[in-house]
Design a protein. Sequence first.
Lengths: 230, 787
Amino acid sequence: MRLGFSILWILIYFLIPVYAQQNEESRNHMVERQIKARGIEDKAVLSAMRNVQRHQLVPKDQVRNAYEDRPLPIGHGQTISQPYIVAFMTEVIQPEPNMKILEIGTGSGYQAAVLAEIVDEVYTIEIVEPLGKTARRNLNNLGYSNITSKIADGFYGWEEHAPFDAIIVTAASEYIPPPLIEQLKDGGRMVIPVGAPFTTQHLMLVEKRKGGKWKTRNLLPVRFVPFTRN
Amino acid sequence: MGGLSLNRLLLSIGLLSLSMIAYQLSLMQYLSIVQWYHFAYMIIAIALLGFGTAGSFLALFRKRLLNSIEFVLPFSMGLSGIFMPFSIWLSGREFIKFDTYLLFVEQEEVWRLVLFELIFFVPFFFCALAIGLAFIRYTDRIGKLYFSNLVGSGLGGLVAVLFLWVASPLEIPFVTGFLALLAAVLILSKKRKLFLLITSVLAIILLAFSFSSPLSFNLSQYKGLSRTLDLPDTKIETQLNSPYGYVQYVSSPVLRYAPGLSLSYTGDVPVTDAVFNNGDWAGVVLKKPEDSEILNYTSFALVRELLEPKDVLVLNAGTGVKSHYFASSDSRRIFHVEPNEPVSEISLESTGILDNVEIFFQDGRSFLAESKRKYDLISLPDIGSFGGNAGLQAIQEDYLFTVEGFSMMYHQLKENGILSLTVWMDYPYRNSLKITATFAETLERNGIDDPTRQLIAVRSWNTITYLLKKTEFTQNQILTIQEFCERLSFDPLILPGISLEERTRYNSLQDESLFLYTDILLDEKREELYESYDFNIRPATDDQPYFSQFLKWQSFRHLQKLFGDQSASFFELGYLIVLVTFFQSVVLAILLIILPLFFLRGKLKKRTWILLYFSGLGLGFMFVEMVLIQRFILFLGHPVYSVAAVISAMLLFSGFGSWLSSRFERHLGSIKTVLVIIVGTLLLYSISLPWLIEVGMSANFGFRILLSLILIGLPAFFMGMPFPLGLSYLSARNESGVPWAWGINGCLSVISTSLATIIAVEAGFSIIMILAALAYLLTLGTCFVKN
């Protein structure tokens, strides 16, 4: 019995660092091959992508796929976005340390974690209770104290903490709720993914200008190549 | 089966065939609900290979099976009946549960798919084993047995339609299982008392379960209904089944409706309920008609800025949101046309109907053909969905969005009438470009050289609304459009004399090729763009009515490079599934049909003759059935009527042909005559059927039914003869070849279903009809080869 425990401890002692090192290597590899190679240059974003332990935020059966270049199913018909899309969305809102950011659709919590590596305050809302609870538990385990989450209807935003420097809507929506526009600071940026699940998504950037004016811009995460063969 | 009378056997085979077809149709609906229609199509195709496998099984173990036919025949029928509901129960277990959406994402889903297919293969295999065994035991009465098989199957189609009105897809498999067990009881010898007792008790148990089904729907988590039910306090209020689909009414405090809402809007967004059809989103249900006014802040409102319509036709009106929107003024008369009766009924009952709305449950094209009225406004259903869909609609025929469909609408507009259509923005650009091309070609077909004078389009951040006017837009109207765009922060996409800056004032695009391609499509050079663009943006026609089919196989590698294998697959998921089905069927057919041949080398003579003769029949019959179903959708006004009428009429008339053929001499002369008639009729149909349908579309429904029966019945009557005649001819010369021949016919029937879809998408229905004639010509050719 004692011998059995001893072997177990020795294995744990040696295997955990190897496992952690493997994941760190996978992350570095992911950043180099999937993110930097596609043109993401913001140092803070790259650093955040290297730091966040994506494998701790996906369901157990997806841990081995955590750093693959694709979205992964997380249950309830939702996905955790492809790492590159998360990096792209983060870069688009131009995050800085003193910022306050609202996220609509916590999902796995990965996007919130990436933001929390860069900015001071992240507020995140999830409407599907089981997803929201799992994400909150995982983010707490990873020690993110600057993320505040709640389970609610994202339509209303989070008025108590408004205005926000930027808003990230992680779930595609047919319309942009008027309260979210109101809770965005003048000069603030809002980004929304557009596209069916598992397809390469493009993004909609909304820039709020002074005096209630705004402009939208349809952004492409892939390098633009014309769809004609001539 | 010493004491068994022929009549009891005929009745039993008829009942078994009826139960199997009814089961097949209800299974199709069950699988469409828990997964998607395409997935159902794939599973059924593989399950139907059970017929081919049973043929090979019979060929291999013919003697042994015939020796114990008294036991094997009812036993196979019984197992088929038990597995009808049991397969559904098994498919919902956690270790098997499969998801179509994950097929191109997770490798283990491929194995789950194989398991899934295997489960549903079982009831079809046992049913086929029973029918095949009866065929080879009584080859001298094959004409009557085949008659019983065909008539039973034909009635099965009609019974299924009736069942779908009164029962849910969870209850029907128990009823069909009961009928299959009843078929077994009918032929059980009274000497086998224990077997008879067990079968009767099982039959009663299945019947009892049909009143209180222990089965449940295990929906894919990616279905719209699953995701909606995950929302707080969201629940299914009511549900009803029909051949149109399983309709569920869902209430929720967090569902809202504001498609492509202008960012300038600062008011409330109405909370709505929703309706789902087979687990897929069918539309929102407004709490009150006035909630439709939110549309005033979307690009869809443009048409109301330009004219005050009196007669408004809303096609494929669904849950009635647009009908409510236009009905707000008493002076208007709204014609709400929707083919899916339960969806509209359940929604309009909830919201309430205004007095100025007239409701028609009919296909849009068929309504237009019958209607003598002209309209101020014709409103088409929106195309696509937010962010584009996953290509699931690729092989869904749609006769509204063809050049012929648009032309028909154009002719039914009043002098200043307008056709309105909204498209969700997608990327890469497909829907919007194909719509622009369809409008341009419609105008060209109607003698308009410059489409930009009669076509305008306005773009919000995620929708584009097109307006096609019967006459040119006036200068005042153009000013109104500009004002509308300014007020709601939209940008004109098509407007006379527009600049790039005006096109991107509020909503800019990183990929501005949309503007260039739109301009090219409105120009005469559109043919060049059709050729060079990576997607198929050539307008759909009645011969190839697949608006949502965009895939060009030669571009697929390019798209894979750009987007990766996974994303590229989702561009045309529906079409890819058909392709997977086709290849799966071919591989399995080789494994199940060709390979067993090696075990029968010594016994089997005339192998090439059998292979070619029965392959031709399998291909030809299904090709004709597929084309007739598609053609009669337009003629009868609804896919459900078309499928029921074509399948049932074809099988019934073929059954009569088969019965009559039992009186013919067993020689090649009679077969040749019949085949010449079939080939001639099909060639004639390939030219004249589209014309006959177009001419007959405006006739009254009774006349159209009569004409349908004649047009379907005529070839079907003769097409029912070559199979029993061939089997009969074969049995007289090489009896051991009969089961194999039967299996070949079954397998080719399955392969030809997916093959016909691929040919229809790539080449059109007329070509399939010609190929069907060629398939029968192949069979005819074999009759001239010396054996």
